[in-house]
Design a protein around this ligand. Sequence first.
Ligand SMILES: Cc1cc2nc3c(=O)[nH]c(=O)nc-3n(C[C@H](O)[C@H](O)[C@H](O)COP(=O)(O)OP(=O)(O)OC[C@H]3O[C@@H](n4cnc5c(N)ncnc54)[C@H](O)[C@@H]3O)c2cc1C
Length: 263
Amino acid sequence: MKENATSIDRRSFLGLGAAAAAAGALGLAGCAPKTPGEAPLSETGDSAPANNAADWLGVEPEIAESDIVETIDTDFLIIGAGTAGLAAAGAAGDLGMNFIVCDKATQVPETREYLGGVDTSYAKANNVTIDRPKLLNELTRYASGKCNQKLIKLWIDDSAEYVDWVTEVMQEQGKEVMLDMPPAHSTGGTDYYVPYVQHLWEPSYVPPMRNDVIAERLAGQGHDILFEHEMVKLLHADGKVTGAVFSTKDGYKQVNAKNTLLA
Ligand SMILES: Cc1cc2nc3c(=O)[nH]c(=O)nc-3n(C[C@H](O)[C@H](O)[C@H](O)COP(=O)(O)OP(=O)(O)OC[C@H]3O[C@@H](n4cnc5c(N)ncnc54)[C@H](O)[C@@H]3O)c2cc1C
């Protein structure tokens, strides 16, 4: 919701309080609209309007239709084949969906070994108990309250399903899951809540690594990742994202998709 400088109500004012404290030194006056036509402050105190194209991504390029060398249609476009993209692709592959994964790199990124999951099958089999409200509270404290608790709760409630899936996939490669990170905090300082959530697959730090295993599994299902496809522009129609344009060594390619995941 946008507010103009003269109609900030009490709720918005309180919401802006913390930001205003930090912005004090910078001078909020500098953020206020200077002329009637200028962009007003948003609720979060941003001076940039939501539709400002010149944001951190820069101005999107103009690409003529005649510059598109290929157009592909799919149900589900996944942009990015890293930790998040491969998780989505793994699920899409097992569900038999029609989808495409694109990444600007030449291969999947290096796997980060540890995967956090709450109340996974392995943890339950090893009698690990986790106090979920306490964990939510601890992660909120760790972020100094500057976090989306709903997102953290989603991870607390749903992460086990993905870790269990990875465990099955890695087992097919002869790797076994284990838990790491003891609850006793190594700093010996404040007694923070650090339950067992970190999973890794033994033997760890040796191939095959998780990202490669998932990529090979996808290839086995007929879903090759399109590497060296750099997303340069999202496509929209009626306020909905309808796909993206990629820069490739052959030229621009357009992917029309019913659903797009920017991962
Ligand atoms: C040294 C190190 C160790 C870490 N260890 C751990 C750990 O043990 N456990 C843990 O949970 N986390 C760890 N992390 C953090 C973890 O790596 C990230 O949180 C995680 O990779 C983020 O996943 P992601 O899918 O959002 O992004 P990424 O895994 O970075 O994937 C993003 C992908 O998008 C692609 N991409 C970007 N821009 C475009 C574009 N325009 N077009 C097409 N493709 C594009 C990139 O090439 C990349 O492959 C570690 C991080 C570092 C740096």
